[in-house]
Design a protein around this ligand. Structure first.
Ligand SMILES: [Fe+2]
Length: 422
């Protein structure tokens, strides 16, 4: 059975081909069209996936889409109405996208891929949950997802057993750790959905002296659920994600590429600490509910490897699996796996052991590409190459290394055995 999973139209568009429950190929569209975090329909990625599986679109039994467009649309409309009239420009600018593609996905599958077969749509956070649990080595596990927002959910707590996934609790928009992180990322002068990793790195240079102020803005309850004081933010206006009130409290925002001051580093440190504490609190509560030794994580918030390492160290879970493509690209794997295992009832017998799921290129293809680009190059034997590269690294030079299949997702994959709880 062939199932094509698709995620697109927000960021990190991707496709994945599942053959009899095994992931044979997965790739992000950005690697083909060379636009980072591309939100385009993943046509080239899908075509690559089909080719890697030696099938055509006519061999596909189901296309799975990583969210429910109409449910998401209802949230977009309602939340824009709540912030009317400030949200009007943003609302008007996004409407054409909804009408031209997001709400007519079966027609898009036909137009882009020539596909007229069965398609399924599952909730965004279920795709995230499935992308972690169903490809993990665990028969049963607790599942935690967190991102900016799917349809309504921004954070879910659930559990998985064999091929079944249960969502036990959800936190809804606009209370969102992902949006909070992105809003402050833009306040610090970095791009939304792109600069969050820089803020995580910047945090190491600062002191968390704004942590109490953040705790007053975002109230975290004992069970880890939280409420964000929306007077400090503007998640819907499209103008900027933080409000005048936020600026009045913390000072003017940093302009992009402007000087990085101590207070910027301190804000990054405060945000990072706040996110870490909140995720640990949610994970501990999930452990209390599920009593499972195993935890699966997915959703863009779990691209935060510093927070992940604290979850591993400071919660009672013994084993942790993090979907390597924790952001929206991984939803393509999630929906395809959910279709095959959870909806069609097929047993799980395939674990995601690595992320080398994209195209590879032969030495001849590389030679041709270099020659046609008019670049100087020379070929070396393995031993001499290693020596040459090691020397350059020792001289503080930067080395790019290309080998084998392209990785799927931006971070290293892994199942981790945690040390005893502290
Ligand atoms: Fe997401």
């Amino acid at each position: 059975m062939n199932i094509l999973g698709i995620s697109c139209y927000y960021h990190d568009s991707a496709a994945c081909l599942l053959q009899d429950g095994r992931i044979v190929s997965a790739a992000q569209e950005e690697r083909f069209n060379r636009r980072k975090n591309s939100s385009d329909f993943p046509l080239m990625a899908a075509n690559y996936c089909l080719q890697a599986g030696n099938v055509t679109i006519n061999d596909i039994d189901y296309i799975g889409f990583y969210e429910k467009p109409f449910l998401k649309f209802s949230r977009v409309v309602l939340s824009h109405l709540r912030s009317y009239p400030f949200s009007l420009p943003n609302f008007l600018s996004t409407m054409p996208h909804w009408l031209q593609d997001r709400l007519i996905m079966p027609m898009i599958f036909k137009r882009e891929l020539g596909y007229e077969g069965k398609s399924i749509f599952i909730k965004h956070h279920l795709s995230h949950a499935a992308s972690a649990f169903l490809v993990s080595p665990f028969e049963e596990a607790a599942i935690l997802t967190a991102d900016s927002v799917g349809e309504w959910a921004t954070t879910t707590m659930g559990s998985g057993c064999n091929s079944e996934i249960k969502i036990l609790n959800e936190i809804h928009f606009p209370d969102s750790l992902g949006l909070l992180y992105t809003a402050i990322t833009t306040y610090l002068g970095f791009a939304a959905d792109e600069g969050e990793g820089k803020v995580m790195g910047l945090a190491a240079y600062g002191k968390p002296r704004y942590i109490e102020a953040l705790r007053n803005i975002v109230v975290v309850r004992a069970d880890g659920s939280f409420i964000i004081d929306q007077r400090f933010f503007g998640f819907n206006t499209g103008f900027r994600m933080y409000s005048r009130k936020f600026v009045a409290m913390f000072g003017p925002a940093r302009v992009p590429d402007g000087l990085l001051e101590e207070r910027h580093c301190d804000m990054a440190a405060s945000l990072q600490l706040f996110i870490e504490e909140t995720l640990i609190s949610i994970a501990r509560n999930l452990y209390r509910i599920t009593k499972s030794d195993n935890l699966c994580l997915a959703g863009g918030v779990f691209l935060n490897c510093v927070a992940n390492s604290r979850i591993i160290e400071e919660t009672p879970f013994k084993n942790i699996f993090i979907q390597p493509a924790a952001g929206d690209s991984g939803g393509a794997i999630g929906v395809a796996s959910y279709m095959y295992h959870s909806l069609l009832g097929n047993q799980r017998d395939s674990i995601m052991n690595d992320t080398y799921l994209g195209p590879d290129y032969s030495a001849n293809q590389v030679r041709r590409a270099l020659a046609s680009a008019g670049l100087d190059f020379r070929e070396m034997e393995d031993g001499a190459l290693s020596e040459y590269v090691a020397e350059r690294i020792a001289q503080n030079k930067i080395v790019g290394w290309f080998q084998g299949r392209m990785e799927f997702g931006p971070v290293r994959w892994g199942t981790v055995q945690s040390s005893p709880t502290r």
